[in-house]
Design a protein around this ligand. Structure first.
Ligand code: GLA
Ligand code: ZN
Length: 694
């Protein structure tokens, strides 16, 4: 649907399950959709059981009627393939489609997202169904996208998967000797004599649970399993994609991702998708920065190409612990947050609340009362109208960030599988810390992978780059030599692609670029044991948490030193001039005040400009309202550009009115007001402005 000739506005709608309702209701739905300015529906997400009631029978009669009904009513369709939940007969007849859990428990029929990705039966019948759908509905010109399966995820430890793992490894490593080398199996006498000696790492074998955290004895095996599991599901996606492409090569194909979801390497997935789409379900009261970062991660998967917000809830999510309502204005605000970061659709789960099972109390456009007389319906209608008025103006617009942050699944996996140096090490959190600092400084950021081109950026930050993969150090070296600024942190550069340590001193391949040698690292217990570690940077004292590297300067200068313990006086923050650029190293984890200070200096040095200034930008707002370490400003700012213009999005996530000092003037496409450069723009609580600059 993205960048397609069939789409000339921000598509508005979402998951629609008419198969759960009698046909009289469909007519009423059509009336209500028109009222709410809905123009797209995602159909057929969970209909496999109805479409294929037994092995040799297919029955599309109901879907035919649904397709006709929505077409007649001028709706576009995002057509799902229904393969995210297999039918009961299949589980009964072919138990190989059932997953085996981490603890070895073989599942029975039930739930969803429950098929073994390596089951030959699952692959055969899911592809067959996708093919039949494509063949049957290929001539519908209102299909704007294929939605393959639904929220791929989870993992499987069954025999199909074990066999497939061996094949995957053989393809990757060719010889058993190489497998033994990369897994370092001489440790604990784990030498594999034959490929059949390989078993999946789960609770029965290499993995165990420690305080509820999964741990492993063999990082190499566990890491490869995660790669393999992600690839296995991706293979299922590709098989369905290829078969629908045979019939409808021009219809773009996607599957709905889940933001920062650890089990699947979405960077690899995105390469196979025509456009990225994702489901955004921030928890009530969650810091807005998390959802912002997920949006930027999603945009970064395809080098900034606009993506689809495939699902969000209009009001509540049934699966949260407490289903707090989205307050008035919040659904609109979060919809604009998606657009602000690069989405070109605003879509929801779901159009009508079902009457049974676990999602009957999930938010919907049409509630159980069945009328348009609800707060949610009114808010959705108002937004639908507003988006209609925006037309195609912002479609296709890109962000033009000069700062990039690396977010890499292999690093996420490898750092969390590591036994030591501290269980407090958290890849997502560390990346978020840096992301959030730039976000609150209103500096646009792209979130990139290690294979992306970095030459256009002024700053590349790669927090916790534990695994410096082959070639990435060379890319960074060139980038810094040519004048770029690089930043990394503690627990970086330790290992290569297989989690084997790079000998010769930490941070391994990054040592020359950073001009330091990390000799030892001291883990700081999270529990209060009476010692508070700090360091001093520019005359101020900041906490040193999680890990304190004990490092030596090898050309870098020290910008701040530890205050206590036997390493008092050793550098905690360093800067190395390298070629025309420089590289910063932050040897520990600290608080928001420190990151603000450091990134303000770095931003000034590399010419990163903020998009706007909020008036109550000050430490007070931070400490009083949000607590230390939290967001400083409740106003989020992003910029998107296309041939039509430059669009500044201003979003007030706070409970109070905020004033934004504009650097450049423009017209608010939502309120119609014009502002001069230098003027103050007042945003009400949860308010949004969308300025076309100039
Ligand atoms: C996911 C799924 C939907 C629905 C929603 C509920 O995003 O894709 O089918 O279950 O969650 O929040
Ligand atoms: Zn399996």
């Amino acid at each position: 649907m993205i960048e397609s000739s069939k789409v000339n506005k921000i598509l508005y709608g979402g998951d629609y399950n008419p198969e759960q309702w009698p046909e009289e209701i469909w007519e009423e739905d059509m009336r209500l959709f028109k009222l709410a300015h809905v123009d797209v529906v995602t159909l057929n997400v969970f209909s496999w059981a109805a479409l294929q009631p037994d092995e040799s029978t297919y029955d599309f009669s109901k879907l035919d009627k649904i397709m006709e009904c929505v077409q007649k009513n001028g709706l576009k369709v995002c057509l799902a393939t229904s393969t995210a939940a297999h039918p009961a007969w299949m589980a009964r007849k072919y138990p190989d489609i059932l997953r085996t859990e981490y603890n070895g428990m073989k599942r029975k029929f039930g739930s969803r997202h429950n098929s073994c990705p390596n089951s030959p039966t699952y692959r055969k019948y899911s592809v067959a169904l996708a093919e039949k759908l494509a063949e049957r509905y290929k001539d519908y010109d209102n299909i704007v996208a294929w939605h393959i399966s639904n929220e791929y995820g989870g993992e499987c430890y069954c025999e199909n998967c074990e066999k497939a793992f061996r094949v995957w490894l053989q393809k990757k490593y060719k010889t058993i000797e190489e497998l033994n080398r990369v897994w370092n199996t001489s440790f604990w006498g784990h030498t594999m004599y034959d490929w059949d000696d390989v078993v999946l790492p789960d609770l029965r074998t290499e993995e165990f649970s420690w305080d509820g955290r999964p741990r492993t004895n063999f990082q190499g095996i566990s890491l490869d399993y995660r790669r393999f599991n992600s690839d296995s599901m991706l293979e299922c996606f590709k098989l369905e994609r290829d078969v629908v492409k045979k019939y409808t090569p021009e219809i773009p194909v996607t599957t709905n991702l889940m933001g920062c979801y650890q089990p699947l390497d979405y960077r690899k997935w995105a390469k196979e998708m025509d456009f990225v789409s994702w489901d955004s379900y921030p928890a009530f009261g969650a810091e807005y920065g998390h959802n912002a970062m997920c949006h930027d991660v999603m945009r970064g998967l395809k080098q900034g190409m606009p993506y689809a917000l495939m699902e969000q809830t209009p009001s509540v999510s049934n699966w949260h612990k407490y289903c707090a309502l989205k307050r008035p204005g919040v659904m609109r605000l979060l919809s604009y947050q998606a657009l602000a970061h690069g989405a070109d659709t605003v879509m929801f789960f779901q159009m009508r609340r079902s009457i049974g099972a676990c999602e009957k109390y999930h938010g919907a456009l049409i509630d159980h009362v069945g009328t348009e007389n609800t707060r949610v319906f009114r808010e959705m209608t108002a937004l639908g109208k507003e988006l209609e008025q925006l037309g195609d103006k912002t479609l296709g617009a890109r962000s033009r960030a000069k700062a990039a942050i690396v977010f890499d699944w292999d690093n996420w996996w490898a750092s969390s599988l590591s036994a030591g140096p501290s269980e407090a090490i958290n890849y997502y959190d560390e990346v978020f810390t840096y992301y959030c600092s730039l976000l609150q400084m209103h500096i646009p950021v792209d979130i990139i992978g290690v294979t992306d081109d970095i030459s256009g950026y002024q700053l590349v930050a790669a927090p916790l780059l534990y695994m410096c993969k082959d070639g990435f150090d060379e890319k960074i070296r060139k980038f810094v030599k040519e004048g770029g600024t690089f930043l990394t942190t503690y627990f970086s550069g330790y290992v290569e692609d297989h989690d084997l340590v790079i000998t010769g001193g930490y941070p391994g391949r990054l040592r020359d670029i950073l001009g330091i040698w990390v000799e030892e690292s001291d883990a700081v217990p999270v529990e209060d044991i009476g010692i508070r570690h700090t360091f001093t940077y520019k005359g101020k004292t900041y906490p040193a948490e999680i890990l304190c590297d004990l490092l030596h300067l090898e050309g870098a200068e020290s910008l701040g030193a530890y205050d206590n313990d036997f390493y008092a006086g050793m550098p905690a923050v360093t800067k190395n001039r390298f070629g025309k650029g420089c590289a910063y190293y932050v040897a520990t984890h600290s608080d928001a005040a420190f990151y603000r200070e450091l990134l303000t200096e770095i931003a000034a040095e590399c010419g990163l400009e903020s998009l706007a200034v909020t008036e109550n930008h000050g430490a007070e707002a931070c400490d009083a309202e949000n607590g230390a370490g939290q967001l400083l400003t409740m106003v989020e700012t992003t910029l998107r550009e296309n041939e039509e213009g430059r669009f500044l999005f201003l979003l007030n996530h706070g409970e109070k009115e905020e004033k934004v000092m504009l650097k450049e003037g423009g017209s608010d496409l939502l309120s119609g007001k014009h502002y001069e450069g230098g003027a103050g723009l007042v945003l009400e609580a949860k308010g949004v402005a969308l300025l076309q600059l100039g």
